[in-house]
Design a protein around this ligand. Sequence first.
Ligand code: LIP
Length: 306
Amino acid sequence: MLRASLSISAVCIKEFRYISFVSIILIRKMTEINTDTFYEAILKLTKEAGKLITDNINNRNKLTEVKASDIDLVTETDKAVEKLLMDGLSKQFKDHKFIGEETVSAGGNLHLTDAPTWIIDPIDGTLNFIHSFPHSCVSVALFIEKKPEIGIIYNPMMNQLFTARRGKGAFLNGNQIHVSNKKALNEALIMLEGGTSRDTEKMKTVYQNQQKLMPKVQGLRALGSAALNMAMVALGAADAYFEFGIHIWDIAAGELIIKEAGGVVIDPSGDDLKRFSRRVLAASSPELAEKLSKELVQFYPTPDDS
Ligand code: LIP
């Protein structure tokens, strides 16, 4: 009798555990924000933004304004693209927040909360755009609870649409992409930017890193766009990229796209990425990231959240 009741209670406990496990999964699923609608909306708006860029890139008399230096510029099209994206998204998603390059430079919000937040660089590679050099892109990311959920980098001149959603892989024009997995410096193509700062210390660091790396790597390249450099790492077309002086909007989409393509995005010191530190190192493998980090002459811009 006793044995029978013990085995019944053991079965009941087992059943209860199973039911509670399933209900936890179901509650998680129900509370998880479904980002499908956000993704469809931003894809449509990004294409519209791309048309604004292609309609204007060959205009040789673009109106430009100087920002932090005489090579850190902004055009009417940068502002028009950012407005198109923000207006389109806020119309559909009233509670969403924004961090946009041009809005921030006009004194806007640069604080990331847990709320769904779109981080936008309307034209990354603005100097390229001004020169009609066809390597500029729209770079947009959606963060929820400070985690990247959606990343999109779109170069309309080259018809390159890089996309990623957390946990669902990275794609170029719908075809899945993966990093090169290169681990050795002497097999690596490294993206190294001159940047848009005239700060003598910063420029000195660029020269020092160029001199240190050139004999040790297969090649150095620069697209003039942080986001496109990161997209090349995700595509496996480059093996690493690092830069001092970028902002969160330059790297927000690229971070997710590289991670979903199997790569790593860290601080150039080798520590974890700090998104407002204005420093980034992206690589096709942790081994390559570590080797590159050890070679670098470091530079510490004033963080954007200081
Ligand atoms: C650019 C970055 C690039 C960097 C430039 C500039 P922008 O962004 O993508 O990597 O070297 O200094 O910050 O200003 O074209 O959006």
